[in-house]
Design a protein around this ligand. Structure first.
Ligand SMILES: Nc1ncnc2c1ncn2[C@@H]1O[C@H](COP(=O)(O)OP(=O)(O)O)[C@@H](O)[C@H]1O
Ligand SMILES: O=C(O)[C@H](O)[C@@H](O)[C@H](O)[C@H](O)COP(=O)(O)O
Length: 185
């Protein structure tokens, strides 16, 4: 197990992952990754056409993110990832890479090296009405609001024994940051 935990901010599109993750990283001085920036072009084009991604589209993307997280935490870098990570199996891939699911990640680390990322999951939960309202106002993003229902359809909120906290999207950004800071103590 890697020594440092990585922080995953997850939830459906528009739940505030990027906003919360970036603000937290700025306050803590941790490295921030937005999973949106790591989608291959095909995935962006697909979402842009209003077609939801499927497991085949997401698995290589998640494996790549696992590799990035593992590299950082094993080198002592604190890291925050904003990523939808809607299903339990997706979070398992972020933790274990290809061992968390069907093929397509890099080889696991050599003997003695950690191959798992310890994750603290921050789940941003909210109603369809509130989140779709925010998406309709958001400008300059490739994700069409019409895809939101498909995200709620497959969402598997984290549950024990996952290491997680849940925060309502109805809270203000400073309130959310304060709750996460408290959880990190
Ligand atoms: N706590 C909050 N309260 C009100 N609006 C928020 C909050 N967090 C984010 N937003 C707004 O909601 C929209 C979606 O946030 P964003 O961070 O892009 O979500 P995601 O990364 O999950 O898609 C943005 O316009 C953002 O400014
Ligand atoms: O797994 C997926 O279907 C995508 O990752 C999706 O969940 C993600 O939400 C988009 O990349 C849009 O980006 P935002 O979440 O920032 O709206």
């Amino acid at each position: 197990m890697a020594a440092l935990p990585a922080l995953l901010v997850m939830g459906v599109s528009g739940s505030g992952k990027s906003t919360v993750g970036a603000q937290l990283a700025s306050e803590l001085g941790w490295r921030f990754y937005d999973a949106d920036d790591y989608h291959p072009e095909e995935n962006r084009v697909k979402m842009g056409k209003g077609i939801p991604l499927n497991d085949q589209d997401r698995i290589p993307w998640l494996c790549n993110l696992h590799d990035i997280l593992l590299r950082d935490v094993t080198s002592g870098q604190h890291v925050i990832l904003a990523c939808s990570a809607l299903k339990k199996v997706y979070r398992d891939i972020l933790i274990r890479g290809k061992n968390g699911a069907p093929p397509k990640c890099d080889e696991p680390g050599k003997e003695g090296k950690p191959t798992e990322v310890q994750l603290l999951v921050v789940y941003l939960s909210g109603s369809f009405e509130v989140i779709s309202g925010r998406l309709l106002k958001r400008k300059g993003h490739f994700m069409p609001p019409e895809l939101l229902q498909s995200q709620f359809d497959i969402l598997e909120p984290p549950s024990a024994p996952e290491n997680f906290i849940q925060i309502s999207v109805d809270k203000s950004l400073p309130e959310m940051i304060a709750i996460i800071m408290e959880a990190l103590k």
